[in-house]
Design a binder for this molecule. Structure first.
Ligand code: UDP
Length: 321
């Protein structure tokens, strides 16, 4: 099989490329290196089944050629990370909405299956119905709060994909990952785990926003990929939306303590108010985010296996290299 991964030099994309190569598939990736990195895929270069195009999903000619020459597309290219979105709202909207529309249009024309990476950010704030089920209402803040740019752009992507499926029979599967973590994830754009690990390893203060009572379920990348690939290959999953996550839940304060202990760091754990961390009005935190995994378990054999201690131990070992 020929697999195209947009955003293939990113954290999840590079692991996905490795997996498909190990399965004997041919893998082409497209990445504009805005948040991805050549370092993530350097070890794959030289593999005759692997090719990398540095380019943009907004470039029609490039997209046309790549989509024509594959059997399955994972659309992972997007503006991601709370910090990145807040610093680049316009770029985020164009990349995430126009880029996805181009891809869906071409995939429809060429009759290719698409796996669309959406996000658990879709659900927005706690709405009394956590864990989140795929058909739950979305509760978002004002459009003046830039954080919601990401959630909104991905919601438009989902609506586009569903419309292409319903009206033009584009075979499409939508996935909503919940706080995926693993080696190669960078903390530059806001992700908490690589950020805390780096701070702890450097002996810098570990910066917990707010009171640290906000909770997340962290999903190790290998587990997320098991779900992603199984859904991509499932005919039954076409036209459906799935949470991909874990029930390994922790508060951000406890996460800071755990990372401090696992890295044997002497770092101070520093609580920073949201007013100190962010310019006024751009950011709003989520108190609690957890996935309901019933649907994915009904469709595929899905069982996250790497618990939080194991996941963090692996990531720390990788960071020490
Ligand atoms: N967070 C933090 N310190 C940091 C970065 C993030 O306390 O240096 C918190 C953030 O406020 C949020 C959680 O960690 O409550 C997860 O943040 P991340 O950006 O990784 O993902 P989110 O789940 O918010 O999309």
């Amino acid at each position: 099989m020929k697999v195209l991964i947009t955003g293939g030099a990113g954290f999840i994309g590079s692991h996905l490329a490795e997996r498909h190569l190990a399965m004997g598939d041919q893998v082409a990736i497209l990445d504009n290196l805005s948040t991805g990195s050549i370092k993530n895929i350097q070890h794959l270069e030289g593999n005759p089944n692997f090719s990398c195009t540095v380019g943009d999903i907004l470039d029609l000619a490039v997209m046309h050629a790549l989509v024509a020459d594959c059997d399955l597309i994972y659309h992972l290219a997007a503006a991601v990370g709370v910090d990145f979105i807040i610093e680049n709202p316009l770029l985020s909207l164009t990349t995430n909405i126009r880029g996805t529309e181009i891809l869906l249009e071409l995939a429809t024309e060429k009759k290719k299956r698409v796996v669309l990476a959406s996000t658990s950010e879709i659900y927005g704030k706690r709405n009394g119905h956590v864990p989140f089920k795929e058909d739950a209402d979305r509760i978002l803040g004002s459009t003046t709060v830039i954080r919601w740019t990401y959630s909104t752009s991905k919601a438009v992507d989902e609506l586009l994909a569903l419309a292409y499926w319903h009206e033009k029979r584009l075979p499409c599967v939508i996935v909503r990952p919940f706080n995926v973590i693993g080696p190669r994830q960078t903390g530059h754009y806001g992700m908490v785990v690589p950020r805390f690990i780096k701070q702890a390893m450097l002996g810098h203060p570990i910066t917990v926003y707010g009171d640290g009572e906000q909770r997340r379920c962290l999903t190790y990348v290998d587990d997320a990929l098991d779900g992603l690939i199984a859904l991509a290959l499932s005919d039954k999953a076409v036209g459906e939306i799935f949470n991909i996550g874990s029930n390994f839940e922790i508060s951000i304060k406890d996460l800071a303590h755990k990372i401090k202990k696992l890295t044997r760091s002497s770092s101070e754990i520093k609580f920073i108010s949201y007013e100190q961390a962010w310019p006024k009005g751009v950011y709003e935190d989520l108190v609690y985010r957890a996935p309901d995994l019933e649907k994915i378990r009904n469709y595929i054999d899905y069982c996250p296996r790497v618990d939080l201690d194991e996941a963090l131990t692996r990531i720390i070992a990788h960071s020490e290299r």
